[in-house]
Design a protein around this ligand. Structure first.
Ligand SMILES: [Zn+2]
Ligand SMILES: [Zn+2]
Length: 289
């Protein structure tokens, strides 16, 4: 059976490896297909596709977008998107602007609280120009305020922390629309990370299906087999597909090993087949008025 991984990050968002090195690692690990799904950006896709040709790995152009729904927020994966689609690019540009405004607000809160971090320090932590709370935390560590990034989050940057500022997110329905418009399929990422709120969210699946949601990431690295099986059968019940991935980021998240699904199992190759079929459906629905 061929190994796949439908959820990985490069250093174009918060992963450690460049898109090229990420694809090369996949090849070294015997992975035949990999989705590069950076947060709110498609800037790594061209490099990844080129590396895919070089190393003999099928690269699925993807994205992971943080979205709002009626009861909180979630991560939405967009698969097989046309990463040059003008509508998608404009949307991502707007999100980037919102994120920058939020970073500035967080930094000014930190300054009010007596932490002398500057925007330039934080920008220096992110070579690719996309930066966020993780990079702000790194700047706080570099300035000697905290011994590690985790403590900076705990003391200041977590949702209930004194320097936390909420940010603008796309509504789920709109994000699904933009993904479909770019010819891709939209999948709810890692439902298991919602903890005890999961049950409430699962009750919303029918509604989200109405928004056009295509699938659920059941075979997520940190899910138990029990949760995987439950999400797979819910997907089936609702006429959705299921996908799987490791959420590989590099050594900053060592438990998310490339190519690994729930409880260290390999990710089912069928996920890729079903995803491909689903994308064809999305595209033919788009072309039929
Ligand atoms: Zn995520
Ligand atoms: Zn992710």
């Amino acid at each position: 059976m061929k190994r796949i991984d439908l959820h990985t990050h490069s250093n174009v968002s918060d992963g450690l490896l460049s898109p090229r090195d990420l694809v090369r690692l996949a090849a070294d690990e015997g992975i035949s297909a990999i989705a590069v799904a950076d947060h709110d950006t498609v800037d790594g896709i061209d490099e990844a596709l080129e590396a895919g040709g070089e190393f003999g790995v099928k690269v699925v152009p993807a994205i992971e977008i943080s979205v709002d729904h009626e009861d909180g927020s979630l991560h939405l994966l967009g698969y097989f998107i046309d990463h040059h689609n003008p509508d998608l690019l404009e949307t991502l540009q707007n999100l980037k602007r919102a994120r920058e405004e939020r970073n500035i607000l967080i930094i000014s809160r930190l300054n009010e609280l007596g932490y002398a971090v500057k925007l330039e320090d934080v920008r220096g932590m992110s070579p690719n120009g996309t930066y966020g709370r993780a990079h702000i935390a790194e700047a706080l560590v570099a300035s000697g305020y905290f011994s590690d990034v985790g403590s900076a989050f705990d003391a200041l940057l977590n949702r209930d922390g004194p320097a936390y500022v909420d940010r603008y997110r796309l509504p789920l329905k709109d994000a699904v629309h933009h993904i479909h418009n770019a010819g891709g399929a939209a999948v709810w990422a890692h439902p298991g990370t919602h903890g005890d709120r999961l049950e409430r969210l699962l009750d919303r699946l029918e509604r989200w299906k109405g928004y056009g949601l295509d699938g659920i990431e059941s075979d997520y690295c940190n899910h138990t087999m029990q949760l995987r099986d439950r999400l797979r059968s819910l997907a089936h019940q609702h006429g959705l597909i299921y996908t799987g991935g490791s959420d590989f980021h590099g050594s900053i998240k060592p438990e998310n090993t490339i190519g690994s699904g729930p409880e260290g199992e390999e990710i089912d190759y069928k996920c890729l087949i079903r995803l491909t079929e689903r994308v064809e459906r999305v595209r033919s629905a788009k072309s039929t008025p």
